[in-house]
Design a protein around this ligand. Structure first.
Ligand SMILES: [Zn+2]
Length: 177
């Protein structure tokens, strides 16, 4: 396993839709293993492949941020079929936006379909925080980022702050201890 560098906004790989994975081979298994280590080291509760520079439709979610590795979900070629009209506001961060926290409305319940690492395709329902994290990660795979969910005014404010931080050399992935 290896810890991979996390790509930061506005890198173009974060802003392009990823390509389907299809068959699960050794390369994908290695990528998942490295992404798992990277996510726990960050630490984060979710990580999309394009956040480590790989434009493939694959993401990991572990709402315990690695405290319980058995909670790991590997979502290969995920699709969100249903989103409840009932939404909830929650504060979100993103490993590609160090130290940026914003309030985002997300559907409370979703129906998701994805393939696991063993190649089993299934469809199930998630709610609450897990549903939030999956929505955040699938959004990455669609080439979108979480600041797309707030008002244009707030978004421009955040982008201006980021630009200043980039210019000041204060826009780096969290150092891994
Ligand atoms: Zn993110």
């Amino acid at each position: 396993m290896a810890i991979l560098p996390i790509v930061l906004f506005p890198d173009p790989v974060l802003l392009e839709p990823t390509k389907p994975v299809g068959e699960i081979d050794d390369e994908i298994r290695q990528l998942v293993s490295d992404m798992e280590e990277t996510m726990y080291a960050a630490p984060g509760v979710g990580l999309a492949a394009n956040q480590v520079g790989v434009g493939k439709r694959l993401c990991l979610v572990n709402v315990t941020a690695g405290d319980d590795p058995s909670q790991l979900m590997v979502l290969i070629d995920p699709v969100i079929h249903e989103r409840s009209s009932q939404t909830e506001v929650g504060e979100e961060g993103c490993l590609s936006f160090p130290d940026v926290l914003i309030d985002v409305h997300r559907s409370l319940t979703i129906e998701v379909e994805a393939t696991d690492l063993e190649g089993n395709r299934r469809r199930w329902t998630e709610e609450g925080f897990t549903a939030r994290v999956i929505q955040h990660e699938v959004e990455h795979l669609d080439g979108k980022v979480f600041i797309g969910n707030i008002s244009p005014l707030k978004r421009e404010m955040i982008k201006r702050k980021i630009k200043k931080r980039i210019e000041a050399g204060d826009w780096e992935s969290a150092p891994v201890s």
